[in-house]
Design a binder for this molecule. Sequence first.
Ligand code: 1GP
Length: 246
Amino acid sequence: MKQHIYQQLAERKKSKRKSFAVLIDPDKINNTQIDKMVALSIDAKVDYFFVGGSLVVINKTDDIIQQIKSSCDIPVVLFPGAPSQVSRYADALLFLSLISGRNPELLIGQHVISAPMIKQSGLEVIPTGYMVIDGGAPTSVSYIANTSPIPADKNDIAMCTAIAGEMLGLKLIYMDAGSGAKNPVNENMITRVAQNIDAPLIVGGGILTPEKALANCNAGADVIVVGNAIEKDASLIKEIGNAVHS
Ligand code: 1GP
């Protein structure tokens, strides 16, 4: 099995290099916007494109990834809300287990269904402990996943969940307040989790400014994911990229 992207993330963590991932929701972008986003991302030295969404209505994931791939070398990592969002054109797949929730379908059910198709795709599969943190208002992810998020002030619950995920063999931990979250994950919780795991830590959901991206990095996040804010103001790609890479 390929391990290129995971190894890169692990090495970056070791050398304390932070990464910036731009999230592309296939439903919210057209061809012209993709070209613009790719050009800005090359300029801002974006490290990864994450592609996916909790709910994708029009499935054009294959086309979007092919379009990205035709114009840059930035690795594309699938962040799928459902097995239908798997594309063999990507470089890797976050094989998400929703460990903050208690919905067996998202802990193992969907995985069993999608396993043969993913194996056949030849994608690098990165087992990822996905933790949804309360972002102050219901988000698509908590509604679709039919699970309660971890309360924003329960740092110990987040820490124990991440440790358990790592003990179960998950290679990455992703703390997500959900796309468009009112409140992003707070820095105290990020630090509590980061100090207690060895796995690279991804943080996203509701990050709107370079200052918050930097604060999350200083708190212990290894990868910062931004989607919504960039959809509204693409110039943020450069500003957030500079903050993360500083
Ligand atoms: C959501 O972590 C991602 O799953 C990114 O969230 O769209 O709010 O940046 P935003």
